[in-house]
Write a protein that binds this ligand. Structure first.
Ligand code: AMP
Ligand code: MG
Length: 310
């Protein structure tokens, strides 16, 4: 779907400070040279993203990652071996090459190696680490297809590489390795249990204390335009207007029924595309059945909670 020529053209744009949307396995990214402050500023401008929200840097090898940090701890080696390439971002002490524009002024940097051939080819071909947040305007739904990117950002992007729908479907798990104990800053499809199988017990953000408040974790994020209600079984559907009910177990009377997968990986893979579609449909509200408990669903629950805040 993406040709060698397109990769070469995109890499040349990245090298010249421009911005390219590209597929990763999580969501589509809005990519620019991570070492170039003005390219980074272009990302913030296109997204209308507050400068307080740091960007994640995408690398194509562990070696490239090591060159961007002040210190590469043994825990990073263990996790990179286990989960890279894949949807796990590691927050580490920032190396001198990483501009403060990228980290929102922090002395830490978020790094990950994406598991998508187009993303890896783009990084390799440009010879640069690529800063990339999701390719959507701030607080809107993340894109999981090239069409979502075109609909949301259109002309603002220099090029969009179309690698088809993304496989994981929600943003990466973010884990901080900068303190005495690892802290899970954002849940995702690499689960707490999977990380703990390698590192032993880790802290959740809510138990980590103020020192670990993660910038950029805005409560409202990832939202459709239509009001979204996340409902436990005891909570009723909204009464007024026409709504749709996204359920993984049981449909309810009073809304258009929209079944969702019972497997968390399949659910995450289609969640944003489903929300994009029902958002375009013009319902008065979207109700979503609360997902099951457990770490396999924690990333999905986190995104649904943020999407439900008005
Ligand atoms: P995304 O919006 O998917 O690009 O993810 C970026 C998010 O990762 C930020 O909003 C932060 O929550 C987190 N993040 C990235 N870099 C850092 C960092 N240096 N320290 C803490 N959190 C970070
Ligand atoms: Mg985003």
């Amino acid at each position: 779907m993406v040709s060698r020529e397109q990769i070469a053209e995109a890499a040349a744009l990245i090298r010249s400070g421009r911005v390219v949307a590209f597929p990763t396995e999580t969501v589509y990214g809005l990519g620019a040279n991570a070492l170039d402050p003005s390219a980074i500023n272009r990302i913030y401008a296109i997204k209308e993203r507050p400068k307080t929200s740091p960007l994640i840097v995408h690398v194509s090898s562990v070696n490239m990652a090591k060159g961007l940090v002040a210190h590469w701890p043994g825990t990073a080696d263990i996790l990179a071996n286990a989960f890279w390439p894949g949807p796990l971002t590691l927050v580490l002490p920032r190396g001198d090459k990483i501009p403060l524009e990228l980290t929102a002024g922090l002395d830490t940097v978020g790094l990950r190696m994406p598991a998508h051939p187009v993303a890896l080819a783009l990084i390799e071909e440009s010879g640069l680490p690529i800063a990339a947040p999701s390719a959507n305007r701030f607080t809107q739904l993340s894109p999981t297809t090239a069409q979502h990117v075109a609909d949301g950002l259109g002309e603002a992007v220099d090029m969009i590489l179309d690698g088809g729908p993304t496989e994981v479907g929600i943003e990466s798990t973010v884990l901080s390795l900068t303190g005495p104990q690892p802290v899970l800053l954002r849940p995702g499809m690499v689960t707490r249990e999977q990380i703990e199988a390698h590192l032993g017990p880790i802290l959740l953000l809510e138990n980590a204390g103020a020192a670990h408040a993660s910038p950029g974790l805005h409560a409202k994020h990832y939202s459709p335009r239509t009001p979204l209600y996340l409902l436990s079984p005891a909570e009723p559907l909204p009464k007024d207007g026409d709504g749709v009910y996204l359920h993984w177990s049981t449909p309810r009377d009073g809304a258009t029924s929209h079944p969702m997968p019972q497997d968390p990986a399949q659910y995450a893979a289609i969640l944003y595309d489903t929300l994009h579609q029902v958002d375009l449909h013009g319902y008065d509200w979207i109700a979503v059945e609360a997902p099951p408990a457990g770490s396999a669903w924690a990333g999905i629950l986190d995104r649904l909670k943020r999407a439900s805040i008005r």
